[in-house]
Ligand binder design. Sequence first.
Ligand SMILES: Nc1nc2c(ncn2[C@@H]2O[C@H](COP(=O)(O)OP(=O)(O)OP(=O)(O)O)[C@@H](O)[C@H]2O)c(=O)[nH]1
Ligand SMILES: [Mg+2]
Length: 646
Amino acid sequence: MKERPIKVVLVGSPNVGKSAIFNYLTGSYVAVSNYPGTTVDISTGFFGNGNRRFEIIDTPGIYSLIPLTEEEKVTRMFLTSAVPDVVVHVVDTKNIRRMLIVTLQLLEAGLPVILTLNIMDEARDMGMLIDIELLEKLLAIPVVATSIFHKSSLASLKRSICNYRPGRPIVLQYDEKLEQAIDLIAGNFSLDYGLSKRMAVLLLLQGDPITVFAAQQEKNWPAIADSLKQLSDKTQRNLEAAVALNRQVIVDRILSKVIRYANCKPHSKQKLAEWLGKLTRQAITGIPILCLVLYFGLYQFVGRFGAGYLVDYLNNSVFVPVINPVVEQLVNTSVPWEWAKSLLVGEYGVFTMGFRYAMAIVLPIVGTFFLAFAVLEDSGYLPRLAMLVDNVFRYFGLNGRAVIPITLGLGCGTMAVMVTRTLESKRERLLATFLLALTIPCSAQLGVVLALLSQHPIAVIVWSIYMLIIFVSVGWLSAKLVPGSRSSFYMEIPPLRVPLISNVIKKAYTRMSWYFMEILPVFIVTSLVLWAGQLSGALTTMISWLEPAMLLIGLPPEMAQVFLLGFFRRDYGAAGLYDLVAAGKLTEIQLIVAAVAITLFVPCVAQFAVMIKERGIYITTAMIGLIIGIAFASAGLVHQILMLFL
Ligand SMILES: Nc1nc2c(ncn2[C@@H]2O[C@H](COP(=O)(O)OP(=O)(O)OP(=O)(O)O)[C@@H](O)[C@H]2O)c(=O)[nH]1
Ligand SMILES: [Mg+2]
């Protein structure tokens, strides 16, 4: 029988380099970014050593074993159910004082830990010197110092994993009252919590909801609940704070023995990063910086270069004059059946429409967006933007944390809905999902809209202001209507870093391949459906049903087809709009109205599927109903307003 692989789980706080280490160990690629909360789900990879196989598991970041957000819950549940052979606890060495507390929690839970002091390069630049051998001795576990810039340090981590032998379990001594409390509760515990019994008791004392739920299944639960109540009544002590304080004392005692600071001045590079970082966070300088980022990143690079120049070139100089005629000729001479010809190269042909839309219109736009976004992610700008907009987002029932899913939504709404997991409450996840589905255009839509409108600068301004008004009013109204309050904002601000070109390219490439694996089949199937619809006459009937709605909001009847395409994918609809404008079918006013309607209109099939998975079918259906209503009403309204003024 084949031996099962050795299970190695990478855990640690967000943004400490777990995914970067995962990529090194497995040779595969998962996203690495300079903000907390990049990884929201478990990823698995492998490496071999001799005849042994190691299964490496990357997890979402956790601040403690007690989860606050959905993605922290994923890691906690995984740690207690997966029975890992090795747990690599990755910490950012600069913040070791805070992070070592989690190392202690993992050790107390009885897990087989290797401590990895990562981002050692930045710690050394700060003058931090750590006695690794002594730390190993004090914790009785292997400790490895690593930096992703020093491959040899990562190779030592790999060796440490391969040579790992479980050591003796560690028992931390707390103050007397806490020890008595632990003994009192432990006597009544009989179930398996997936962690050491002592850790389960400590988690219960700290009010961890997962342990409380599990302990309620104990037959002695009434006695346990009674003891807990007595403990907090009698001692007037906040048990959670008492446990945390005790652990911090232990950590400080250890660190006082192992850390020294060399006398060194900050580099001018560090000073510049700090100064720039401050500018991005203060409203007076931060807002102009945001405008510059949007102008150059989104408007110039994605809108004008990607969606304007590249799309124009690929579509008008490569596909239409060169590739399409060659394929058409090939099909016309080698395929005898008319129906097959129209299926491949007809008006809705799999090649002439499906493949061309994907390659010549969507690819350059999505590609440029993912490149620009990867640079932003790796620089550490996004958490600073989160701080900047926190005050505004409170009116939408969200906090600054929502900036990451919302800005990612400008790339791909499907990915963004998945990333709403990083938000703390159900209400925030719901509000963000709705705003994403209604008001945030994905990069393909945005690119096409910007490229088309950029011929008329006034149109860009009108469209942007109108979309902003809708975002603000819908956000404000839905926050008023959905009961609950927003959670407080806490986000660690990582240092500003110069993006690593290799990571930017790899990440943009990985996202693009994911995107294409997802859209190409949909594009092809959509062409198939449209072709069948055209052949059977169903398409003409449906378009004729939609035409009155188009006329109602002031659009030409041909727009009905674009909306129909938009049902399948937003970007497909946007690409259809591109064709319509190229044929000179829209006036300036109609272009703005169409841009508004297309932006607000239903999310694509893939986003729809993820919404159902994350929010459930009822909520998603209700959202879609609302979106259709709001999209048409807003488009109609903007048409009326423009007719009055222009
Ligand atoms: N200077 C320096 N930067 C590092 C090092 N390791 C990782 N980074 C950077 O730290 C940031 C976070 O890396 P990730 O691998 O995404 O961190 P993570 O722990 O997976 O983060 P989450 O998925 O959010 O939990 C990225 O910008 C990396 O380039 C290191 O050793 N030195
Ligand atoms: Mg990660």
